[in-house]
Design a protein around this ligand. Structure first.
Ligand code: ADP
Length: 476
C-alpha cells in the first residue's frame, strides 16, 4: 500500500491519534484494511481553533498566491492518481477505472477553484446620493466544516475544500468512517503542496460527537454536508442556534424518462451509465426509469440484455464494472426493494439476487411492471436495481417524475425539440440530463431542490457559498 495511507488525523499540521480507534474494511472481502483514530470533541475543537488561526494570513494572501498553492495541490493529486485510486477502491469497492476517474474529477475541483480564486470580484453600485459611493466587497465566510459520505471518498471532499480554500477559509473535515483513508491521503498531499499548518484539518471518529462540536461552534460559519436527507435535516436544526450558512447535498430519487421518439440504443447506454455507476450508489443514479408505452417492451429488452452483460467483480479485477455494495445494510435494502416490488406485481427480467460471488456483491437487476405505489418508487435504492415504469403521455411522465419529495438529478431521452424544452422546464430538479446519463463536472453547478438540499457545488456559482458580501458606504 501507498505511503499516503495514514492511520492518524491531521490537526493543526500535526498527525495525531486517539485512545480509541475505528476499523475500516474492504467491502469486496470484508477484510480489515487498517484503523483510524476516534477523535474526541476536544480534538475537534482544536481543529476549529487551528483553522481560525490559519485562515487569517491565508485570506490576506493575494489570490494569485492561493491559486499557486492549489495548483501545486492539483498537480500532486494527479501525480499520485494511481495510488490514490487503489486506496479508494480498497476502502470503497468501486472498479479501479471508476476510482481513477474519480481522482481526476476530484482534482478538477482543486484546479477549477484555484483559478476562480482570482475572479472573486467585488462591485461598485450606482449611489443613492451625490456624496456617497456604494462598494461591495466579497470576503471569506470564516471557518468551514465539511462532512462527507463514503460513495465518493475523494470528490465530495475536494468540491467543498476547493472553493473554501480558494475563498480564503480554513476547513475542518469529517469524512465518512467507511472511507477515511482517501481523505487522510488528500490531507497529506495538501500538506506537501504547502497549505499552511491548520488550514485544512481532518478529524475521523463518531459522527454524532464531532458533528455536535462542529454545528454548535460559533467560530464555524458554514457547514457543507453531503449525505442523507435525514442527517442533513438534523444538522440544519443543530446549526440554527449559531445561524450558520449551509450547503446541503442530500438524497435524490432521480427519474430517467425514455420517450417514444428517443434513440433507444443511446437511451440504454445512458441508463446503464446513470444507473450502474458505483453499483448504483450515487445520489444522481437513475432510481426510477420511465418508458413510454410504445417503446416499453423494446426498451426493457435492450436494457436487460445490456445489464446482464455487466461484469460483477472486485474493483481491482481487470474489466470489473460492478463492485460490491458498501456494507451488509446496503445489500439488505436492495433485497427489500426488490421483494416489495415483486410482491406488488413487478417481474424480475434479469438479476434479482445476490451475485454468486457472495459477500456484498449483488447481481445487476432489471424489474418490469413497476408502479408508483412500490417502495422502490419512493425511496432511493442506492444499489444496482433498474425498475422500469410504463407511462402514456408527456404530462403523465412529468407528473410521475415529480411525484417525490426529492429533486436532485433527472434525465430524459427525446428528440422533438418542443418536447425537450417543455420537459426540461417541467421537471422539478436541480440537474437535468437531456440525452445523456452523465452530468457531473466541476464546471457545472451541482445541487438539488426540495428535500435534496440547498446550495450549489462546482462552477462559478460554487464559490459564492463560501463568501460573505460586505457593503461599504463611502461618504466623499
Ligand atoms: P449515508 O447514507 O450516505 O451513509 P449519512 O447521512 O448517514 O449518509 O452519512 C453521511 C456523513 O454524515 C458521514 O460522514 C456520516 O458519518 C455523517 N453523519 C451521520 N450521522 C451524523 C450526525 N448525527 N451528525 C453529523 N454527521 C453525521
Amino acid at each position: 500500500m501507498t505511503d499516503l495511507m495514514r492511520e492518524a488525523c491531521l490537526i493543526d499540521g500535526q498527525w495525531v491519534t486517539a485512545d480509541q480507534w475505528i476499523d475500516v474494511d474492504d467491502p469486496a472481502t470484508g477484510e480489515r484494511i487498517g484503523r483510524v483514530p476516534r477523535c474526541s470533541g476536544a480534538q475537534t475543537q482544536q481543529a476549529i481553533d487551528a483553522a481560525e488561526r490559519a485562515m487569517g494570513s491565508w485570506a490576506r494572501r493575494p489570490a494569485k498566491e492561493r491559486a499557486a498553492v492549489l495548483r501545486r495541490y492539483f498537480d500532486l493529486i494527479m501525480a499520485r492518481q494511481d495510488e490514490l485510486a487503489a486506496l479508494l477502491t480498497r476502502e470503497q469497492g468501486k472498479p479501479l477505472a471508476e476510482a481513477r476517474g474519480e481522482i481526476a474529477y476530484a482534482a478538477g475541483f482543486i484546479e477549477w477553484f484555484g483559478e476562480e480564486a482570482k475572479r472573486v470580484y467585488g462591485d461598485v453600485l450606482p449611489s443613492h446620493a451625490d456624496d456617497k459611493r456604494i462598494v461591495v466587497l466579497k470576503q471569506p465566510i470564516g471557518v468551514v466544516a465539511a462532512i462527507t459520505p463514503w460513495n465518493f471518498p475523494a470528490a465530495m471532499i475536494t468540491r467543498k475544500i476547493g472553493p473554501a480554500l480558494a475563498a480564503g477559509c480554513g476547513v475542518v473535515l469529517k469524512p465518512a468512517s467507511q472511507t477515511p483513508f482517501t481523505a487522510l491521503a488528500l490531507a497529506a498531499l495538501a500538506q506537501e503542496a504547502g497549505l499552511p499548518d491548520g488550514l485544512f484539518n481532518v478529524v475521523t471518529g463518531s459522527a454524532a460527537e464531532i458533528g455536535d462540536v462542529l454545528t454548535s461552534s460559533e467560530t464555524v460559519r458554514k457547514l457543507s454536508f453531503t449525505g442523507s436527507t435525514e442527517v442533513g435535516a438534523k444538522l440544519y436544526e443543530q446549526s440554527a442556534p449559531s445561524i450558520k450558512k449551509l450547503s446541503l447535498e442530500l438524497g435524490g430519487n432521480a427519474p430517467f424518462i425514455v420517450f417514444d421518439d428517443a434513440d433507444l440504443d443511446a437511451a440504454v447506454v445512458g441508463a446503464i451509465q446513470s444507473k450502474f455507476r458505483n453499483a448504483g450508489q450515487t445520489c444522481v443514479c437513475a432510481n426510477r426509469i420511465y418508458a413510454q408505452a410504445g417503446i416499453y417492451d423494446a426498451f426493457v429488452e435492450k436494457l436487460a440484455a445490456a445489464t446482464a452483460k455487466l461484469k460483477v467483480a472486485p474493483g481491482t479485477e481487470e474489466g470489473a464494472e460492478i463492485g460490491p455494495l458498501i456494507d451488509d445494510k446496503a445489500v439488505k435494502k436492495v433485497r427489500e426493494h426488490i421483494a416489495d416490488a415483486v410482491s406488488q406485481g413487478a417481474s424480475v427480467v434479469t438479476g434479482g439476487e445476490p451475485h454468486t460471488r457472495g459477500g456484498r456483491f449483488f447481481a445487476p437487476t432489471v424489474l418490469s411492471g413497476v408502479t408508483q405505489s412500490m417502495l422502490i418508487a419512493r425511496e432511493e435504492t442506492f444499489g444496482p436495481v433498474a425498475p422500469v415504469f410504463r407511462f402514456e403521455t408527456d404530462d403523465d411522465a412529468i407528473a410521475m417524475a415529480n411525484d417525490t419529495p426529492f429533486g436532485l438529478a433527472s434525465y430524459f431521452y427525446a428528440r422533438d425539440l418542443g418536447r425537450v424544452w417543455r420537459v426540461a422546464e417541467g421537471i422539478e430538479a436541480g440537474i437535468v440530463g437531456v440525452n445523456t446519463g452523465l452530468i457531473s463536472t466541476e464546471l457545472a453547478p451541482f445541487g438539488g431542490v426540495k428535500l435534496s438540499g440547498l446550495g450549489r457545488e462546482g462552477s462559478r456559482y460554487g464559490i459564492e457559498d463560501y463568501l460573505e458580501i460586505k457593503y461599504v458606504c463611502l461618504s466623499i
